[in-house]
Write a new protein. Structure first.
Length: 159
């Protein structure tokens, strides 16, 4: 009976779906600890998990920079989360500077937040409402998908 209970709990943990973003804390590029609740958007928050070594990320981030500018007055906050480990830590600042990123960028070098949100690949983008509910989850990036993502943001803002 004890083993059955443990097996049920174990398997149940993998089947349950994460549908909410908890208030996590990560370091920003100035090495200050920042909480998600401090920087999230009033209406929507777009969280983009990426890495400097990720080729699709290099293509998607400039599109998110444009969207960040477009939605500036809509209380939509973009947040970049770098999963680069200690080996690539020094590359993150020059990388985002070269892509024109002005929205907050946090470091998840041990992928703890990534794991909590069950993100398994980069790039992965989440759109979260003011109540921290994940409304949209998009994994990967191919040219042109920014239109779909932008339309989803517009749709969610209208609701």
């Amino acid at each position: 009976m004890k083993y059955l209970l443990l097996l049920t709990l174990f398997l149940g943990g993998f089947e349950s779906e994460i549908n909410e973003v908890p208030n996590f804390r990560l370091k920003n590029l100035e090495n200050r600890t920042v909480s998600y609740n401090q920087i999230k958007g009033k209406n929507l928050t777009v969280i983009d998990f990426w890495a400097t070594w990720c080729k699709p990320c290099v293509k998607s981030i400039p599109e998110f920079v444009k969207m960040d500018e477009e939605f500036e007055d809509s209380d939509v906050q973009f947040i970049g989360i770098s999963i680069d480990g200690p080996r690539n830590k020094a590359k993150v600042k020059p990388f985002i500077r070269s892509l024109g990123v002005e929205y907050p960028v946090l470091r998840d070098s041990d992928s703890s937040v990534m794991a909590r949100l069950r993100v398994t690949a980069v790039p992965t983008l989440l759109i979260v409402n003011a109540d921290n509910e994940i409304l949209y989850f998009h994994e990967g990036y191919k040219s042109g998908e920014e239109v779909k993502i932008k339309n989803k943001i517009l749709e969610l803002l209208e609701e």
